[in-house]
Design a protein around this ligand. Structure first.
Ligand SMILES: [Mg+2]
Length: 186
């Protein structure tokens, strides 16, 4: 059975911006030390990588596909150049009020992982928002929460932080701590 790291993009692979919209090159700042630590995770452990990101309103006038996708390709190509290859990219373009199960923390785009081929119990979600932790709960996985203090969400979820505590493997702002946890569990 394959284990998966479901990885958020904004706030996790690249730093979040104040407008929560990263569509141009000059807004890209890669998360500190991510290439080193995620690179080691990829080389030393056996996890499939899956990108899971909400991009509210992408493809509409307020957030057109271009330059978003050109910028996105640059980000993913940069990771690929470091041999950090994603098996799948799941990008949801809805708003919270659309109530779509494809939008995190929904698992609508991840149905194929609920199968005998995947070991979700020993898989992890890595993200900066509490919704990423809820996604872990919905998958039956656990979470690495890169909580920068903005991660508590905006009333999108019913769960409390306390009720999600068992889901959180590590809460830290350092990718190094994620590596160390995975190293510890082997
Ligand atoms: Mg995020």
């Amino acid at each position: 059975m394959k284990k998966v790291l479901f990885i958020d993009r904004d706030g996790t692979m690249i730093l979040e911006t104040d407008d929560f919209k990263i569509e141009t090159m000059e807004k890209i700042v890669f998360y500190p030390e991510i290439f080193y630590w995620l690179g080691r995770i990829v080389r030393e452990f056996d996890y499939e990588l899956v990108l899971v990101t909400n991009q509210d309103g992408l493809g509409t006038n307020v957030f057109p596909n271009e330059p978003f996708y050109t910028t996105h390709k640059f980000i993913m190509n940069t990771f690929a150049g470091e041999k950090i290859i994603f098996a799948e990219e799941c990008i949801d373009c809805h708003y919270p009020h659309d109530n779509k199960d494809t939008r995190k923390p929904g698992t609508g785009m991840l149905t194929k992982y609920f199968s005998a081929d995947y070991d979700l119990k020993n898989s992890f979600v890595i993200g900066d928002r509490i919704t990423d932790v809820v996604l872990a709960k919905n998958l039956g996985s656990r979470a690495f929460w890169l909580n920068d203090g903005r991660g508590l969400g905006v009333g999108e979820i019913k769960e409390t932080r306390e009720s999600l505590a068992p889901q959180i493997a590590v809460e830290s702002r350092q990718w190094e701590d994620i590596y160390n946890y995975l190293k510890k569990i082997g």
